[in-house]
Write a protein that binds this ligand. Structure first.
Ligand code: ADP
Ligand code: MG
Length: 321
């Protein structure tokens, strides 16, 4: 049996070369940035998988490849056993696509300011020729807004309310999988919890599967069934929340956790974990984390650590024991 979402050896490069003429004059080869490298994980149906990592670690790129907005450079994404990037049967592609929705960080940018909420919410269904009578009103109630809000425009709502509208729109096409890319990062801390609670309730009610993308570990602790920690495009640790928070095995996970308690408090700026993230165009040899790692030895500088099973977690570290 395969998982609902199954990702294997996923790779994504971006061409970041200078224009052709500059390259010729400066005698430079093409340059590629590795945004995602050899990522493997599975998401079981009706569970929440959280992808966590600092900005630039490749979270959004993975999310966009899963929903089919971006093609992998290598490896594959299977959703319900279908590979969207290579499937040739349009009926299968359509069936899988209609099972997936995405929610983004900035709820204002993803709502058309000139449309009424009713039309925004019903649009994915109308585009498929489905019935939209009363749909927006029903969904607005389900996300904690008032049915009469359907006649308003996006600017008449607060940030948290707008994200509720985005959620209502995502639900309109009755998806089975929702990829949520930093869904609460733009919201006030007090509002964040409300939106996350709503997402939890909806998951149970509609039997949804979530991929929750966030840079904030505190967000995932109570919501995720499984957490994957990304560093420079690679998965460095994967575990269930209890194991990850009580017994983090990768030094990078430990560093993130050390920074985490300061993040939840009162929404104040917190100094990021120490050290710079290396350049993804020229990543360090061996373990990409070794320049920031306090326990790194020679092997870490030379050999890339493979994913290993350690005490119920998957960890890519030579020294995790
Ligand atoms: P995250 O969501 O974790 O912040 P992203 O997936 O957005 O990370 O980006 C991963 C890396 O890929 C970053 O170094 C980013 O600059 C780079 N990247 C993302 N999209 C593009 C693009 N379209 N062209 C070039 N580089 C990109
Ligand atoms: Mg992102």
């Amino acid at each position: 049996m395969t998982a609902f979402v199954s990702i294997s050896n996923l790779v994504r490069l971006f061409d970041v070369s200078k224009p052709w003429l500059n390259r010729v004059i400066e005698r430079r080869p093409k340059a590629f940035l590795t945004a995602v490298s050899e990522v493997d994980f599975e998401i079981e149906e009706r569970t929440t998988y959280a992808l966590v990592g600092e900005s630039g670690s490749g979270k959004s790129t993975i999310g966009r490849m899963i929903v089919g907005l971006l093609n992998p450079s290598g490896g594959q994404v299977l959703i319900e056993g279908v590979n969207l990037a290579s499937e040739t049967d349009p009926a299968k592609v359509d069936a899988v696509r209609s099972d997936i929705q995405m929610i983004f960080q900035d709820p204002y940018a993803s709502l058309n300011p000139r449309w009424r909420v009713r039309d925004i919410i019903a649009e994915p269904v109308a585009a498929r020729g489905g019935k939209t009578e009363g749909l927006a009103e029903r969904l607005l109630e389900q996300v904690g807004l008032h049915p009469s809000d359907a006649g308003k425009f996006p600017h008449e709502f607060s940030g948290g309310q707008r994200q509720r509208i985005c959620i209502a729109r995502a639900l309109a096409s009755e998806p089975r999988l929702i990829v949520c890319d930093e869904p609460t990062s733009a919201l006030d801390v007090s509002v964040q919890a409300q939106v996350l609670n709503l997402m939890s309730d909806l998951k149970d009610e509609f039997g949804l599967t979530y991929l929750l993308i966030t840079h904030d570990l505190t967000v995932v602790r109570h919501m995720a069934d499984r957490i994957g920690v990304l560093y420079l495009g690679r998965l460095v640790e994967e575990a269930d929340p209890k194991s990850l928070f009580d017994d983090p095995k990768h030094p990078y996970t430990q560093m993130l956790l050390d920074a985490a308690p300061k993040m939840d408090g009162f929404g104040r700026e917190v100094p990021p974990p120490q050290g710079e993230i290396p350049d993804p165009i020229a990543p360090p040899p061996g373990c990409a984390f070794h320049p920031r790692c306090s326990i790194a030895t020679d092997i870490c500088r030379q050999e890339r650590p493979r994913m290993r099973d350690i005490r119920g977690a998957r960890v890519a570290c030579h020294l995790a024991e």
